[in-house]
Design a protein around this ligand. Structure first.
Ligand SMILES: [Zn+2]
Ligand SMILES: [Zn+2]
Length: 416
């Protein structure tokens, strides 16, 4: 009895100290990312950090070996020493506050040991030791991108965007946490974004939000009229392209130039269950979106396109919750399922917009306003949520992630 309770106490103590060790790594990673952010907003620091931005060409080859070595002395090494300093402060605070037992004290220094490996890497690269860059500088390696931008961890594709998409975003070095909190995990500045269903309430609200974030929006609508958004109480016309369901192929040329495609059109036939209503629901809510998605994915070829192109699909809460319109649910679920299937190996990021009822011409009793919903969508996208849920229905927050998780595993297992 005595022995087993002693063992449990020992295990708890070890677990507590392992958590402290992990926190020490988290602290140095967060300091690194904040230091990097500071280097971009504070000129004296940018004078050192600018070396890092000067050395790479868009294919991540270096402009000159000499400058690459210098950049390690001017940027990478000082950065790691600042981080090390904070690692030491963290360890001292933990020790002086008696948060750690004597025999586990070395674990508090984990973050510092971890940082020293970065310092040594920077020194090795600065000295020009052969292969030091290949082993220690993994986010700047050349070659075709093999994966999408990381969601929790920074990879090459993710970091490339800091150099060549927007230097005022994507600050993180290892974990994406700080970017996700600051809303810099996706930059919309200068992005060319096409929105379908643009004449609808949400379409217009989304275009307004995206425009405010610096994006260049194109409205895709079935109506023969130029659409506009309201900026500073003034109607501002947007580039409008007219298309029709079934004629998606005509959009190919446009899609070549678009960075983000937002598939947002839809139809609600409510209680109608005639053969025509079934056909129309599937044509508009599922098949036209699927064709658009494939057309757009076809335009993703280069490293830049893999890193920056995206599709957002408004599949709606109807994927998991009732929308009191069976054909709307059935067709939207089909679209949602195909997106889940397709994004198991899609060449670019595909986000889902899982939205609850909002006030619109189609739904005058919605609780949320379309502009509030649009604002949340953009907020969450900038925090790199791949499934963007905006609803007042708590069940969706539980069921949707579960459904998505298990279904994507199933799809991965049984497809090539
Ligand atoms: Zn930078
Ligand atoms: Zn870099």
């Amino acid at each position: 009895m005595f022995n087993s309770s002693l063992m449990i106490a020992g295990a708890i103590a070890l677990a507590r100290h392992l958590v402290i060790a992990l926190v020490s790594i988290l602290v140095v990673e967060v300091v690194r990312d904040l230091y990097h952010f500071l280097a971009h907003v504070w000129q004296p620091l940018y004078r050192l950090h600018g070396w890092h931005h000067r050395i790479f060409k868009p294919d991540l080859s270096v402009k000159s070996e000499e400058i690459y070595r210098q950049a390690n002395w001017y940027n990478d090494l000082p950065e790691s020493l600042v981080i090390l300093l904070f690692g030491v402060i963290f360890a001292q605070v933990v020790i002086t506050n008696g948060l750690v037992a004597q025999n586990y004290q070395w674990l508090v220094w984990t973050g510092c040991f971890y940082t020293i490996t970065y310092s040594l890497g920077a020194i090795a690269r600065g000295l020009g030791i052969p292969y030091a860059d290949a082993i220690t500088d993994v986010t700047h390696r050349q070659g075709e991108f093999q994966s999408l931008p990381g969601n929790l961890f920074v990879n090459r594709t993710y970091h490339w965007r800091h150099h060549f998409d927007d230097q005022d975003a994507y600050f993180c070095g290892t974990l994406t946490l700080v970017d996700r909190i600051m809303g810099t995990a996706l930059s919309l500045k200068g992005k060319k974004i096409a929105v379908t269903g643009a004449s609808g309430t949400l379409g217009e609200a989304l275009m307004t939000q995206l425009h405010q974030k610096g994006a260049k929006v194109t409205a895709l609508t079935s109506k023969e009229q130029e659409l506009s958004i309201t900026v500073n109480n003034q109607a501002t016309p947007v580039n409008t392209v007219t298309w029709a369901v079934g004629k998606e192929e005509e959009l190919r040329e446009l899609f070549e130039k678009i960075d983000i495609l937002i598939i947002n059109h839809g139809i609600n036939v409510y209680g109608d269950k005639s053969p025509e209503a079934i056909a129309t629901s599937y044509q508009v809510n599922a098949f036209s979106g699927i064709r658009m998605m494939e057309l757009f994915l076809d335009t993703v070829k280069t490293n830049r396109q893999k890193a920056t192109k995206e599709i957002w699909v408004n599949t709606s809460e109807a994927e998991v919750s009732p929308a009191f319109s069976p054909l709307y649910e059935l067709s939207k679920r089909t679209m949602g399922d195909i997106v889940t299937l397709r994004r198991t190996n899609a060449p670019c990021v595909i986000r889902k917009l899982i939205l609850g009822p909002f006030k619109s011409n189609l739904n005058p009793v919605g609780v949320m306003s379309a502009s509030w919903v649009a604002k949340q969508i953009v907020n969450l996208a900038q925090r790199d949520f791949r499934n963007i849920i905006v609803t007042i229905n708590p069940i969706t927050y539980i069921f949707f992630p579960l459904k998505e998780f298990f279904q994507s595993i199933y799809f991965k297992l049984f497809t090539k």
